[in-house]
Design a protein around this ligand. Structure first.
Ligand code: IFM
Length: 721
């Protein structure tokens, strides 16, 4: 079995959304959905740009999709050759995970079409496609190759004022509505055949039409180069795009491909998890690592990753806590500069978080639940649309999911703990921790008749229960945030003047005392027979099986949470919550306690979020139940192969790739199966290898040193690299 590629035969219109995700090519700057070259907007083609957002009228802000520079339509004797057309005898599409190579082969009888394309890892602005036509029946071939503006938009169109120019390269420029950001796409082609050429401009874009008579047995090859720039990249995006694409053309497809492959090889050398013993697992692991690596911001040092990567506009292209909790671990252990970029994004968006806290009447930093550029809150008050009434439902994610600030502080101090590199804290990370702790301080409730402080009216990771009090996860991660703030003095003990200056600048001296006192008083978890209550009153909710609650749905797309959701009055939860806390703070809990809570909560968990299974798998490893972890690992790792995960929240499409699961797969393999823990920049292992695997190896690096971790059923070894 080839564990490095995924292939699928056939193409039905209903596959289009899932295939676009499954066969995605991306390079951190942009994501090219895996639909065929000829797909029109009804098949969801998109080149989604990282960090470029727009709002149209009163609709949700979302990332902008660029015009599609790798669009190619072929016809033979007037018959259009489209993968989902009637002339198709056979169609396969695939993605090679090792080098992010998308390929297709479509047999139309008189013509066989093959192509390979990629989003260059060596030049983040470049897309390239090489298409070969094997002609079996003589006649006239027409190839329309150009820049299509007929692209998928959820809340668009976002671009207007199109300007087209045709020379050796085609050029298309347009502006976004809200901020007038110019998006420029250029395209050049290289054909190994002579053809009559015509330029056509229409409402759907700018095209070069190549027409030629063909003989049976002839083979035609066309290389297409497209480059994308925006005015966020520099002053002349149109020229920059044209230059980049002509440069690529001059170098040739093979040279571009070679550089692209080399860049991917360099990535795999730093992070490849090798699993031996189960080919399905190896394939799933490769898929996961491919999907997470291909959306990492390698072209910038201050960007994060949206919850659905670069697979489209779902979840508004926003950055969630997924970044710190699920993407960060793989990167911090293997490619720390990317982990750094995720956190620098939070440092640079601190002003937005300070502003949000102020708007809500708090001090400190309250980060956006769905963060867009500059830390702008993308989450709306009505984040779900009811399937019955078609009315927006008031949700409280942005107002009440306060754990986001503490999650960020957690990752910020983990970065230092794992890498031993203090520079990030010096360059604003310490300030973030202090401002997050200040927010936690101002958001706490204290009572005249009790020493305990608590957090009321919050939402924990389990979003089905809104506006609860003392969510165990929230209280614990806040405690960690407070402790991180207090610990900073030790971190800067060799240069106390630096730390003191920061406290003075933030007028923090008094807060520090209050934080110390709050950390001692914050309400800890409440237990019943060793099971931690997820929030005050949770045990009083209806305790019924998951299937009973599922059986109450009247529509499969119905939202389970909110005021009228089927889960809200029951103990059924959306995703790991208490168990997520146990996974993040393993030293707080004994093995028996973890097991008791796992056995209680797992059957009550819908796993309605792709973030859930990973946390259960990690804790299952720790409990010495790797066989339980195995199924959850496979579910997590294969999500972007199976196209699993929820597609709808009410009437809102939430499909796409799942970088949190991709990161979760690495976490289960490295932190769960190998039991990797970094102590003061030094790795140690506590292996729990499931019987399905014979051997597991992966590289890690910290503080400028590199190791290879190897785990077998005989034990684990850490070898210097
Ligand atoms: O961040 C998650 C959240 O925990 C559950 N809903 C989806 C979000 C994005 O993945």
């Amino acid at each position: 079995m080839d564990t490095w590629s995924l292939e699928k035969a056939g193409y039905a219109p209903s596959d289009a959304a899932a295939d676009g995700n499954r066969f995605l090519c991306a390079n951190g700057y942009m994501g090219l959905r895996g639909v065929p070259e000829e797909a029109g907007s009804e098949r969801f083609p998109a080149v989604t740009l990282a960090g470029v957002y727009d709002r149209r009228e009163d609709r949700w802000r979302e990332p902008v999709n660029a015009p599609h520079g790798l669009t190619v339509w072929v016809s033979l004797n007037g018959e259009p050759m489209t993968a989902d057309g009637t002339a198709t005898l056979r169609h396969t599409v695939g993605i090679g995970y090792r080098h992010g190579l998308w390929r297709r082969e479509t047999d139309f009888g008189p013509l066989l079409l093959r192509s390979t394309r990629f989003a260059s890892m060596a030049d983040c602005h470049l897309l390239a496609d090489r298409m070969t036509l094997e002609v079996r029946e003589a006649g006239e071939v027409q190839i329309r190759v150009g820049i299509s503006t007929d692209i998928w938009d959820i809340n668009g169109p976002h671009l207007s004022g199109f300007r087209f120019r045709a020379g050796e390269a085609l050029r298309c420029e347009a502006e976004t509505g809200e901020k007038r950001i110019t998006v420029a796409v250029s395209q050049a082609v290289q054909a190994d055949f002579e053809a009559a050429e015509d330029i056509r401009t229409g409402p759907d874009g700018l095209f070069r039409v190549l027409t030629r008579s063909v003989r049976a047995g002839e083979s035609l090859t066309l290389s297409v180069y497209a480059a994308v720039f925006t005015s966020q990249d520099g002053p002349e995006p149109g020229q920059a795009a044209e230059d980049a694409c002509l440069r690529a053309k001059a170098g040739g497809f093979d040279a571009c491909l070679r550089k692209h492959r080399d860049a991917w090889e360099a990535i795999w050398r730093r992070c490849e998890v090798v699993t031996e013993g189960d080919d399905e697992a190896a394939l799933a692991m490769h898929a996961s690592q491919y999907h997470l690596n291909c959306v990492a911001p390698r072209h910038a040092d201050n960007m994060s990753i949206p919850a659905r990567g670069l697979s489209g506009q779902t979840y508004k292209g926003a950055v969630f806590w997924d970044s710190e909790m699920f993407f960060f671990p793989m990167f911090v252990h293997t490619q720390p500069e990317i982990a750094r970029s995720l956190l620098r994004y939070r440092i640079e968006t601190l002003p937005g978080a300070l502003k949000k806290a102020e708007e809500y009447g708090y001090r400190g930093a309250f980060y956006a639940w769905e963060s867009q550029e500059g830390g702008r809150e993308g989450c709306t008050d009505f984040n779900v649309v009811d399937v019955f009434t078609h009315r927006p439902v008031r949700t409280y994610f942005r107002d009440k999911q306060i754990h986001i600030s503490a999650d960020i502080a957690y990752a910020m101090s983990r970065y230092y703990g794992i890498t031993g590199d203090r520079s990030l804290l010096e360059e604003g990370g310490a300030r973030v921790i202090l401002e997050c702790a200040r927010f936690c301080l101002s958001r706490a409730n204290t009572h005249m008749d009790s020493d305990e402080a608590d957090y009321a009216d919050v939402i924990g990771p389990d979003e089905y229960h809104e506006r609860v009090t003392n969510n165990a996860f929230t209280n614990r991660i806040i405690l960690s945030c407070l402790r991180s703030a207090l610990h900073l003095r030790d971190v800067f003990r060799d240069c106390p003047e630096r730390y003191d200056a920061l406290l003075r600048e933030l007028r923090y001296e008094k807060d520090l005392e209050l934080i110390r006192s709050l950390a001692a008083r914050i309400r800890g978890p409440r237990r019943r027979s060793g099971v931690i209550e997820q929030f005050d009153g949770y045990f009083g909710l209806e305790d019924c099986p998951l299937d009973t609650v599922r059986g109450r749905l009247r529509d499969p797309r119905e939202y389970w949470g909110g005021d009228h959701g089927v889960a809200g009055t029951t103990q059924i939860i959306k995703q790991a919550d208490v168990i997520a806390m146990m996974a993040l703070f393993p030293d707080d809990f004994g093995d028996d306690e973890v097991a008791r809570n796992w056995d209680y909560y797992e059957p009550r968990t819908e796993h309605g979020s792709s973030l859930s299974a990973c946390m259960y798998a990690l804790t299952a490893c720790r409990m010495g139940r790797p066989e339980k972890a195995w199924d959850l690992f496979m579910k997590t790792a294969s999500i972007d192969i199976t196209g699993g995960g929820k597609q709808w929240a009410g009437e809102i499409y939430i499909g796409g790739t799942h970088p949190a699961s991709n990161g979760g797969a690495w976490m289960i393999a490295a932190l769960g199966f190998a039991g990797l823990r970094m102590k003061g920049g030094v790795p140690e292992l506590h292996p729990h290898l499931p019987r399905q695997l014979k051997r597991l190896t992966f590289p890690i690096e910290a503080g400028g040193r590199g190791w290879l971790v190897e785990v077998t059923h005989e034990g684990g070894r850490i070898l210097p690299r």
